[in-house]
Design a binder for this molecule. Sequence first.
Ligand SMILES: Nc1ncnc2c1ncn2[C@@H]1O[C@H](COP(=O)(O)OP(=O)(O)OP(=O)(O)O)[C@@H](O)[C@H]1O
Length: 454
Amino acid sequence: MNQLASSATNHPDTANGLQSILSGNSFFSAGIGLMGFGAGLAILRRGVMSGAGLIKRRMLVSLEIPSKEKSYNAFLHWMGTVPKRYSNQLAVEARGSAKSIFHPPTRSSKQPTPSSLFQLVPGPGKHIIKYKKCWIQVERQRSSRLQDLTTGTPWETITLTTLSRDREIFSDMLLEAQKFMHTAQKNKTTIYTAWATDWKPFGSPRSKRLLSSVVLEKDVKDLITEDVRDFLGNYQWYADRGIPYRRGYLLYGPPGSGKTSFLYALAGELDYDICVLNLAERGLSDDRLNHLLSNVPPKSVVLLEDVDSAFQGRDRSGEVGFRANVTFSGLLNAVDGVTSADERIIFMTTNHPDILDPALIRPGRVDIKAYLGNATPQQVHDMFRRFYGKDDPKLSSEISEVVCGKNTSMASLQGLFVMNKTSPEAALELAKELPQLPKSTPFAFNSQKKPLSV
Ligand SMILES: Nc1ncnc2c1ncn2[C@@H]1O[C@H](COP(=O)(O)OP(=O)(O)OP(=O)(O)O)[C@@H](O)[C@H]1O
């Protein structure tokens, strides 16, 4: 460039000629003008952008809710109910999804209506809602790269943006979304299952089961229910005495005696949820087990189903029956060790109390052992009344004589009545065809072999 410039000045005629060409060239001067204009616009745009950014930072406030947050679903569905909402991206949630807790299908509808099968929630994109006189931009973003490895769904984030002066509105919204969720789950029991080291709802929350629908020997049901209530009402008593705030129960007995149903109904009665853990689950390790039992969702009881399936005595069962990497000492520590969390209720169930290691069911790990056996005459009468809505001492005694004589399970008795909904007489005839089962009795946890032992 310098070379070019110097050669021109050495020859004055050339310089003048270049100038006259350029100044007389309208295209060139227009080009220069446009360049200047463009530069000016660019500077102006940069100025506006940085000014807007400054205003945005000073005047607006944002709140991010990642989908891994427990409140994410609640907020998303609550937002779907905000009347003043302006969305043009909606998403459909099938009713069966974990998220459809907020609008359960209406049981009364014979033919499911579209709204009872699906619901519309704000889809990915920007939405504007007006809440308590404040305008809020809600942006739902779905990650295109990262996904939740346990469910395969992409991670999402909801970003709320409003004026700085209205920042308090966020806590009001979250509180209302929380209340909305609790109302939606009011008569529901959420079943959690373990996903990696976290508990996630399995399907949508289920209707509670009435405690009265599980027909047990009266003392068993009442004692356990009252014991759990007493435990839940005495946190301070435990704290004052430095006793770990934990309670363990073992429900044992033959298959189909109501162990799982009773716990499910009891959880509903107490307005608690259930965390189900299968100790024989593939890939379960001591660390995962310890983490899971130390991080139980609030107001939940832990159910270790078929606790005998993972161990037979201290040794692991055969390769076929045992795939987890949980060691026996890992289980003992997780249930009662120094790292295990306070404020926890564990129910264990088994059909084989005889093979359980005494260390696992000693007091402090299992405080009450309850036997739920096959049908007794009292249970047959109670179940008869529940199913047929009447008392018929003669007929229910005849059924009881057959059923109890065959050591029939309560599950089979239920099946008998379900198959003969309108005719107990037919149920009696069918009962005579039931197989003869071996007699089942309470395990000798205590010398008197009582159904309940501590
Ligand atoms: N005592 C009972 N009262 C009412 N229904 C019962 C009772 N016992 C069993 N049932 C019915 O039988 C079915 C199986 O019950 P449940 O799963 O609770 O038995 P379980 O003892 O947990 O069986 P398993 O030991 O095989 O797991 C359920 O449909 C339940 O409604």
